[in-house]
Write a protein that binds this ligand. Structure first.
Ligand code: NAP
Length: 310
């Protein structure tokens, strides 16, 4: 296992792998940390239909396999250790895993985010078989069908609006009687004839056979239950950035997302952050990949000085 290199790349989702590809092509030596499978959230996607140049219908896991293949083609080894702590001093950082301690001059953090789960019966069983966490990625599979979105924030309302243009009917299920989403989104939501908002309601159970068929709903005021038949359930109750190990060392926003400038530099000019762990306006594969490339060239500039042709 490689222990000495100037640069650490932490995470092998599409942002981290793109950073690794660009760093390798720039001639940088680095350690790539990833305890889990290569691809991150790609592995949850039914299909990737919004990434120009990738064939429509490509499965998320197929693109993840392509990322693994790119790493092995370039001879990039993965250090399969989970980082427990980062210690930052003036111009160095120390990375601790359960097993080892490493020292680096620069780092690119690409640890992603995890969709918050509802934690109800059937959620795991039907993920990818009716349950999705991304309407833009998977909505296409539910055209002309009945679906529901859970959540009351901007993401849930945006997902419901997006799905209302594809699906026959969309339920928006929210646990309170007031949405958190911004006014103009709410206005658009209530103007849509095929969206029905169900307030004060939680999802208590998901049922089906090979795929999701119905959900059980519970009104929290009356405790009454009803079931709704549908094909898809989109859970949009927020994401948690995977940044808890950085809490006291890098500037994060109130929700734990890493704050960067447009060159992906964090509050330390030798540490970069890319992809879903970073505060960003568009959480998509294509933006994550682009950010990885920008950060790799930023790291090159920091470590070697000057510019590099990619
Ligand atoms: P969010 O604003 O945190 O909203 C999450 C929603 O899910 C809330 O309505 C919350 O209910 C509900 N919720 C949370 N846990 C739940 C659970 N266990 N069961 C049922 N409901 C649950 O998350 P978000 O909508 O993903 O947005 C995240 C951030 O990105 C926000 O700052 C948002 O403004 C921003 N964003 C902006 C845009 C935009 O500007 N166009 C688009 C998307 C996201 P309560 O309301 O009861 O807490």
């Amino acid at each position: 296992m490689k222990k000495n290199a100037p640069l650490a790349i932490i995470g092998a989702g599409i942002a981290g792998v793109s950073a690794a590809v660009y760093a390798k092509r720039a001639g940088l030596d680095f350690v790539l940390f990833e305890p889990g499978p290569v691809g991150g959230q790609l592995l949850l996607m039914e299909s990737v239909d919004n990434y120009a140049g990738v064939n429509f219908g490509t499965k998320g896991h197929e693109l993840a396999n392509n990322l693994s293949h790119a790493l092995s083609e370039l001879g990039i080894e993965i250090t399969r250790e989970e980082i427990t702590k980062i210690e930052i001093s003036e111009k160095k950082l120390k990375i601790n895993t359960q097993e080892n301690s490493f020292s680096f001059e620069a780092a690119i953090i690409a640890t992603g985010a995890s969709f918050k789960k509802l934690c109800v019966n059937g959620e795991d069983e039907f993920t990818g078989k009716g349950v999705s966490y991304c309407a833009i990625c998977d909505g296409f599979f539910f055209r002309n069908k009945v679906v529901a979105v859970v959540g009351g924030g901007n993401s849930a309302v945006e997902e419901a609006l997006y799905l209302s243009n594809i699906c026959h009917k969309v339920y928006l299920i929210h646990r309170r009687n007031q949405l958190r989403a911004i006014d103009y989104l709410q206005k658009e939501l209530f103007s849509k004839k095929n969206i029905e908002v169900i307030f004060d309601t939680t999802v208590s159970k998901l049922e089906g056979e090979d795929s999701l068929k119905k959900i059980a709903l519970k009104n929290i005021n009356t405790n009454t239950e009803k079931t709704v038949s549908l094909k898809g359930l989109f859970i949009a109750i927020g994401v948690n950035p995977n940044t808890s190990f950085l809490k006291d060392s890098i500037k994060l926003d109130d929700s734990g997302f890493i704050l960067t400038d447009e060159e992906m530099r964090t509050s330390h000019n030798f540490i970069f952050a890319v992809g879903d762990c970073r505060k960003r306006p568009l959480r998509q594969l294509i933006t994550a990949a682009a950010e990885g490339s920008i950060a790799a060239l930023g790291a090159y500039k920091y470590l070697k000085g000057g510019y590099v042709s990619a």
